[in-house]
Structures are given as structure tokens and as C-alpha cells.
Design a protein around this ligand. Sequence first.
Ligand code: SER
Length: 339
Amino acid sequence: MRKHCTLITGASGEIGHGLIAKLAEEGDAPIITIDLKPLEPELADRVEQQYLGSILETHLLERILSEYEVVTVFHLAAILSTRAEFTPLTGHQINVEGTLKLLDFAQAEGESHGRAVVFLYPSSIAAYGLPSLEAKAAAGAVRENEWNEPTTMYGCNKLYCEHLGRYYARHYKQLAAETLSGKVDFRAIRFPGLISAATVPSGGTSDYAPEMIHAAARGEAYACFVRPDTRIPFMVMPDAVDALLKLARAEPSRLRQMVYNIAAFNPSAGEIRELVLASFPGADISFRPDLKRQAIVDSWPADVDDGAARSDWGLAPRYDLAAGFGEYLLPRIRERYRR
Ligand code: SER
């Protein structure tokens, strides 16, 4: 018979890296993965099976459906916000059509094994779009239903996929004679910028923070592509992974919404530079704003209201900015570049 498992798409990416390690440590269920790129050997050892390929390949998903009872999906595969601006159609294909395929896959799994598949979707702060710096300053900590007018292809994709998730969970084929919805238990987190000690992101627009820190640790000069006063929320990767797992394991009756903001701290780019300099004195960090990427970050909120995540499923990030730097990023990044 088919074996129970957890499926992770985009498993070789930044979040996948931290998630596989944590899930494997906790050993709930075997993990299977889909990615174009093979996993690093140390992660590959922790998964039951890697499928190398694209989430758009129907035969690959069909093969998984025939071999496994997927109980939980972490659908992490995506083209991030900067990259998708250069290839918006491909961005849409991967981010929207890919998500639609995975939702449909989860529906088929749910129908075949009879339980709801918990579907974790990493949405993003990019789902917001504030029209001006004045509006951003006045908005303060934005709630999930405010300012939903993203300016990027990626942000539009994320916002729309939140709606698709709700559709599958609650209204799928609502005119059919029998009820078919309820087989996908869709849960989304709007992530802030994420900072990991283990990986450097590629193709995002919040990348200035992790790039600045990793460049300083490598002893390389860094020209930051946003102004020093630029402010958006961030979180370190262990807290992001914890949040995903907490939401995945939350009692359905506690979840009053499907999409939740989360954040841990929201320094300006200038404040991040100060912290980096305190740890790497003499680091060469300058500001050379790229006005177009700047405009994207300016359209994202300076802060988000994550009260619903805290009260519904116990979001409680361990690391504030100082602890994130001092206790997580610095020791691990130093160790990483010493090797
Ligand atoms: N960090 C992502 C990006 O910059 C947003 O989700 O694209």
C-alpha cells in the first residue's frame, strides 16, 4: 500500500534547507521532495525520496500520487520578486500554475485517502502594495486585509494563490452533486524578509539584509541596493521554520483565518549596517540605491500586525534583532566561512 509522507516542493531553496533538517529531526513522517536541483548530500540523507523535476510536470505528480499518501504539503517552490520582474510569464507559470497543480494534487490525494491534506503555503509581505512613502509611514502595522494591491508579478501571484487555496479548501466544485471541498486544509503565512545563516537568497528584493551580512562575514565589500532609511519586517530562518511547523500542527478549530502575517523585527537598512559593523569592524558597506528595486521595497509595509497568528496558533519568535544577530546569525555565519 502507499506510504504516508510529507511532500516539500522547492526543497533545495532557503526555507526547504531549514525545514528538512527540523522535520527530519522530529521524525513525524518520511519526507519526499520535488526540486529541479538535487539536495545537498547532508539533506539528501534525511529524505525518503527526491524527485528531480519541475512542479509543472504532471507525470511526476501522478507518480507521487500512485506511490504515496501525502498527508502534508509544504509548497515552497517559487520564483522570487526581483527575478519574476524580468520574466513575468515564467513567474506566473511557476508561482500560479505551479501552485494550482499542487492544490489539485492535494485535492486528489485527499480524495484518494479520505482525509484533508494540510497544505502550507508561504505567501509574502509582497502581497501588499502601498502607493507612497507617506502612506507607508501612516499605515503602521498593516493587517492581512489591508493594502492588498501588490505592484510586483510575484506579489500578485502570491495574493491570487491565497485565494486559490481558499477556493480549494472551501468552495471546490461547489455546484457538483456531492461535496468535494474540504480535502485541502489550506494554511498560509505571509513571510517577512527572511535571513538565514546557512544560505544566501537569490532573486528576492529583501535580499539586501542577508547579502550585507554574508558579504561582511566573507570580508567582501557590499553596496546596498536600498536607502539606509528603508524599513520592512524580517525574521531569522529558525523562527520562520518554527512558524511553518506550528501552523501545520495547529488544531483546525483554532484557525480563524487562512492567511496570517508574521514578523519578528523591522530594522532599517541603516540599522542593519550598524549591527553588522559592530560585529565586523571595518566592513565595507555602502549604499547605492537601485531606484527600481527601491520602489518595490518602498511599496511593502514597514511593519505587519501579526496578532492573529500569535493568538490563533501561538506564533512566538525566539529571536529579536539583537538575539537573531548575536545568538544565531553571527556564530553560524562565522563558522560557515571559517570552513
Ligand atoms: N523575500 C521575498 C522577496 O524578496 C519576498 O517574499 O522576493
